[in-house]
Ligand binder design. Structure first.
Ligand SMILES: Nc1nc2c(c(=O)[nH]1)N[C@H]1C(S)=C(S)[C@@H](COP(=O)(O)OP(=O)(O)OC[C@H]3O[C@@H](n4cnc5c(=O)[nH]c(N)nc54)[C@H](O)[C@@H]3O)O[C@H]1N2
Ligand SMILES: Nc1nc2c(c(=O)[nH]1)N[C@H]1C(S)=C(S)[C@@H](COP(=O)(O)OP(=O)(O)OC[C@H]3O[C@@H](n4cnc5c(=O)[nH]c(N)nc54)[C@H](O)[C@@H]3O)O[C@H]1N2
Ligand SMILES: [Mo]
Length: 686
């Protein structure tokens, strides 16, 4: 309701009247706005690949359909390469299919659950949090690996405050112990996997002592937790997490997680991963997408990520710069993505937005992205509209319907209507042949043998339950060709590329130039907020109204800062003139370039990036080499009258990325910041 009645909502269509980014707009009627957008986009009818769609959230289905009909292959979102893309690639390589959303983790029946970072409870994936509560009430034991004492760590039997970026070492050592002590599921491994012998050899020397020197986790703790994980098999879930774009070795880390699950036989087993099912639901009949589509523009010329299975959002941004990709992206249609806060290297995003010929944003709030758009189309919120039917694979197959509970306020319109109006104007009317959305929904449901009136009344319809576990007689299908769980990945071996090793490979994480004054910036979620989408919501903000920066107590005391004091975080970058690798440091680093061994004299200093002022949380709940803040604050859009200027933006500090060589994702946990004391900003004083 805070969103529905937000006084800052987008109320009418807007057309830009000053230079891009200056946030000067004129209110226009829908006809004027839609005619204008259709005319601009129709310029690319012969080269539809010049248009990229960014889309996050279920409402985006209409716009995906629209641009596929138009003929572009360029559909991306920061909720992939900046989020779970590496996890999906790793599970697809190991088990033959990605995990998808919602994750098919069977927590209510788990005996031991191991979390690698994923901070469930602050990450409020609602059903998962309820499942976790059920598991705990049944006596499940938790192991939480996190440099920060997260909420879920507070419920764990073991908290392992690992050195960031070294999780693969811990995972390999766990496998070492589990194999050595024969705590793995021999029958399952024999029957369903390939490559166990290679793994056994690979982890032979990955002892707890070896891992200790990398992770800082004591060998006896590694042994004890390995026994707990192995002992609970197969109801031992090593949780796959969600946002896995951390350090650039992310597909490797997620492969290690996938393989450890295979060793304890948890995949397809009760208390591990159930096998989900989805109901049959036919599509609404529309003509096929007939055009021959171009190759996506997300790969830079000459670059190849052998196992990228979806389009890289940052790649679509980089393809705006002429000569970067095989052809240039000229226009963006942005649905439900706040790119200035969601893509790393925000300076590059700004340059791309300045270069584009045309940007249209479909949004509900005047988020940063709308400030850069040429046309802003105000969508009705989720309480005011129908979306398409949701029927994802899940424990109990179901159909669910988002439906309006009130008429759209102001002059906002539902997404299906906006997409159809654009299609009508762009010569694509045959792709939206329905009069209104209810006719569309009714047709789909009737074709599947379901009743629209029943779905409207109940909101959710459960369909025939399916067997969930191998022990219930379910015959699992795994990787294509082998139909096995591929512990050793021949496909990765065949790629013959560094970083694409066939067994999970540990590399040391990036280090700061000066460990005494630079801290690794970690970030995560506030349990009451959704990214930066809700930080303008007055109701939710009565619970959490800003973010703070967590600083280890000892460091805070040395710096003489305490809770409530104001600081600025500074990210300094030196770029190697020879290979382009970025290094941290207030003053010129003294060591040679770790990328190409060039002398430090070759390094060029970039303008330091400074955060907005942010208040300190002095705490023992974080390692002394890290600081932490929640994402979603530090808005600067004029229209967000409540959120603007509250807290600091982690996104602004994301200058460095570590690219995952397997699938191209951007690890963002390799940024280091200095802490500078400052005084309270004027607004805060008043
Ligand atoms: N309330 C709320 N819930 C949400 C969202 C939201 O916006 N609001 N967003 C949803 C989305 S899209 C996602 S992707 C998920 C994200 O939620 P998760 O998948 O849980 O996110 P992570 O980045 O894995 O977890 C952040 C945690 O990782 C720890 N960490 C950082 N570096 C390391 C490291 O090197 N090793 C280890 N072991 N831990 C590390 C941090 O201290 C922090 O506690 O949340 C979802 N749920
Ligand atoms: N620095 C940093 N970057 C990150 C992350 C991080 O933690 N830190 N997290 C990463 C992850 S895990 C993810 S999933 C991505 C998420 O990145 P995005 O998908 O860009 O998500 P948001 O930042 O929440 O932006 C959502 C936009 O949708 C708008 N919106 C909300 N509801 C509606 C609606 O009903 N209709 C329409 N049309 N618009 C709506 C909001 O106003 C906002 O402008 O960001 C990634 N990038
Ligand atoms: Mo995400």
């Amino acid at each position: 309701m805070g969103l529905l009645y937000d006084p800052d909502r987008l109320k009418r269509p807007l057309i830009r009247r000053d230079k891009r980014g200056s946030q000067v707009f004129e209110e226009v009627d829908w006809k004027t706005a839609l005619d204008h957008v259709a005319e601009k986009l129709s310029k690319y009818t012969a080269t539809p690949e010049a248009l990229a769609l960014y889309s996050h959230g279920y409402g985006g289905t209409w716009f995906k359909h629209l641009v596929k009909a138009f003929g572009t292959p360029n559909i991306g979102a920061p909720s992939d390469a900046q989020c779970r893309g590496s996890r999906e690639t790793a599970f697809a390589l190991t088990y033959g299919s990605p995990l998808g959303s919602p994750e098919h983790v069977d927590m209510p029946h788990s005996r031991v659950i191991t979390f690698i970072g994923s901070h469930l409870g602050e990450n409020m994936h609602n059903t998962q949090v309820q499942d976790l509560a059920t598991a705990i009430s049944h006596g499940a034991q938790l192991i939480v690996v996190d440099p920060r004492f997260s909420t879920v760590a507070g419920k764990a039997r073991h908290w392992l405050p690992i050195k960031p970026g070294t999780d693969i070492a811990l995972l390999l050592a766990w496998m070492h112990v589990i194999i050595k002590e024969r705590l793995y599921d021999r029958e399952y491994v024999e029957q369903h996997t390939v490559g166990f012998d290679e793994l056994k050899k690979h982890v032979e020397d990955k002892t707890p002592e070896w891992a200790f020197t990398r992770t800082t986790i004591a060998p006896e703790v590694i042994v004890e937790t390995a026994r707990l994980i192995g002992g609970a098999r197969p109801a031992s879930l090593i949780h796959p997490g969600r946002r896995t774009a951390w350090h650039g070795d992310d597909t490797q880390r997620l492969r290690a997680i996938a393989i450890l699950n295979a060793l304890v036989g948890s995949y397809g087993r009760k208390g591990g991963f159930y096998i989900p099912a989805k109901p049959e639901l036919p599509k609404y009949p529309t003509p096929p997408y007939s055009r021959k589509r171009a190759q996506p523009a997300d790969w830079q010329k000459g670059q190849n990520y052998p196992f990228a299975d979806s389009i890289l959002a940052h790649g679509l941004r980089d393809a705006v710069f002429p000569g970067t990709a095989d052809y240039d992206i000229k226009a963006w249609l942005v649905y439900g993505c706040n790119l200035p806060l969601a893509l790393p290297q925000p300076e590059r995003t700004r340059e791309a937005m300045e270069k584009l010929d045309f940007i249209v944003a479909v949004d509900v709030l005047p988020s940063e992205i709308t400030g850069w758009a040429d046309v802003v189309l105000p969508e009705a919120t989720y309480l005011e509209r129908y979306d398409d039917i949701a029927a994802p694979p899940y424990r109990e197959p179901y159909l669910a319907l988002r439906q309006p509970v009130v008429e759209p306020l102001h002059d906002s319109k539902p997404g299906w209507w906006i997409a159809r109006e654009l299609a009508n104007r762009m010569g694509l009317a045959e792709y939206f042949p329905f009069e209104n959305v209810t006719e569309y929904l009714q047709t789909r449901l009737e074709k599947g043998g379901y009743d629209f009136a029943e779905l409207k009344e109940k909101g959710v319809i459960l369909t025939e339950p399916q067997p969930l576990y191998i022990e219930d007689g379910l015959e699992p299908t795994f990787c294509p060709d082998t139909n096995k769980i591929e512990i050793y990945s021949q496909k990765m071996a065949d790629a013959q590329m560094p970083g694409v090793e066939p067994l999970p490979h540990y590399t040391d994480p990036e280090e700061p130039n000066r460990a005494d004054e630079e801290f690794r910036l970690l970030f995560g979620r506030s349990p009451v907020h959704t990214f930066g989408r809700t930080t303008n919501n007055r109701f939710l903000s009565s619970v959490v109204s800003k973010n703070v920066v967590w600083i280890n107590r000892q460091i805070a005391d040395e710096m003489q800062v305490t809770c409530g004091d104001w600081v600025v975080l500074v990210n300094d970058t030196w770029t190697c003139g020879t290979c382009g690798k970025q290094h941290s440091g207030k003053s010129r680093p003294s060591a040679k370039c770790s990328g190409c061994q060039a002398e430090p004299a070759e390094f060029v200093q970039e303008k330091p990036v400074r955060s907005d002022p942010i208040q300190v949380k002095r705490t023992r709940r974080i390692r002394s080499d890290c600081v932490y803040m929640v994402h979603g604050y530090g808005h600067d859009s004029k229209g967000l009258k409540f959120a603007r200027g509250r807290g600091a933006s982690d996104a602004k500090l994301m200058t460095r990325v570590q690219v995952d060589p397997v699938m191209g994702g951007t690890g963002m946990n390799g940024n280091f910041v200095r802490i500078e004391k400052t005084t309270a900003p004027k607004e805060a004083q008043s």
